[in-house]
Design a protein around this ligand. Sequence first.
Ligand code: 5GP
Ligand code: ZN
Length: 113
Amino acid sequence: MSDCLFCKIVSNEIPSKKVYEDDRILAFYDINPAAPVHILVIPKEHIESLAALQDEHLGLIGYLHGKIRDIARDLKLADGYRVVNNCGKEGGQEVGHLHFHLLGGRKMLWPPG
Ligand code: 5GP
Ligand code: ZN
């Protein structure tokens, strides 16, 4: 997707502070952190949102969550963390490329706003 912000981050057209990368996924620091640790984890393939996920993507999403676990462990978020997906307009999604927020380093509140 040529006009997708996160596809441009994947292609290095837009720089990012990367935490982890392989052929399937990329993890990078959020530009406007909502917690002491705020990382976005995305598939490199352009998938619009969780609602646009196809069954063929389910393995990829399981793999991505295993990497979230590994990143949280590497960053020593031993007291816990939160993984968030904002899906669609009412879900608060602003960037139309599937991404999971990994938030940590402070006590999270519930319910979210
Ligand atoms: P959403 O609201 O779609 O779930 O989250 C989009 C996230 O992308 C926001 O937390 C926002 O701060 C982050 N973001 C937007 N533009 C950029 C950017 O150019 N670079 C990085 N690293 N994060 C961005
Ligand atoms: Zn994209």
